[in-house]
Design a protein around this ligand. Sequence first.
Ligand code: 1HE
Length: 252
Amino acid sequence: MSPQHLVLSREDNILHIRLNRPAKRNAINDGLLREIEACFDGLDASTTVVVLSGEGTHFCAGLDLSEHKARSPFEVLQHSQWWHRVFHKIQFGGRPVVAALQGAVVGGGLELATSTHVRVAEPSTFYQLPEGQRGIFVGGGASVRVGKIIGADRMTEMMLTGRSYKAEEGQRIGLSHYVVEQGASLDEAFRLARQIATNAPLSNWACINAVAHIGDMSMANGLFTESLTAALTQSSDEAKHRMQEFLNRKKG
Ligand code: 1HE
């Protein structure tokens, strides 16, 4: 069944997932989350990189507050864990995900953005965690992912004061990796995605998975895991072929 809240398209091995609820500023309701999950569950070998963007003037306004209903503590816990599962699939699905950002990247929208690997922002982009103002707490992984990027201390201040970081400041603290001209984030995201698609898929998989997991380990376990990952990648036929290709190159 074709998705209702997403537009999907493809350029060679790059899958473009576009959040498509611009009238609601791409707020994430259960339907949209379900469709994002189905997309990442359904990735096949022909997809080596994903570009994620939002239709309209805002990337994503976070949790769809109009879907709020009284839930028991256990139901809230399960709902939050569903968000975690979906964003885990984005971060660890083995495909680099490049996000094109503009306008609001707030609440659950920031949680979504920080589950991607490369983030390109436009000057209109702003980042906020307004959960405190809404009387709730983050539930889609921000305390781990945003906390890791900007630090627990800065995230606490951001939530307490409702502070909004503009595009340039956001780049400075790591919320995006690039800031480009207004209207140019999607083109730049595709340019980067095409570049990433030329890497060996196994190396991309290792960059995504090993770096994040090693970051959670002790030094000894991290170094051991790095060696195992090096063993896996360097002994592949593709690595041998690519290294030989480099050595055989003709200098112009
Ligand atoms: C929404 C949502 C939403 C817009 N849920 N409907 N997120 C927030 O607290 C952010 C709330 N939204 C905003 O602050 C603003 O809408 C924006 C800064 C993103 C955009 O402002 P603007 O002036 O362009 O649009 P607008 O007029 O505020 O909104 C346009 C429509 O989108 C309007 O609906 P309409 O039917 O009246 O036209 C808004 O109601 C609707 N809309 N944002 C529902 N979020 C896993 S836990 C995660 C917890 C969180 O994410 S908490 C943060 C929630």
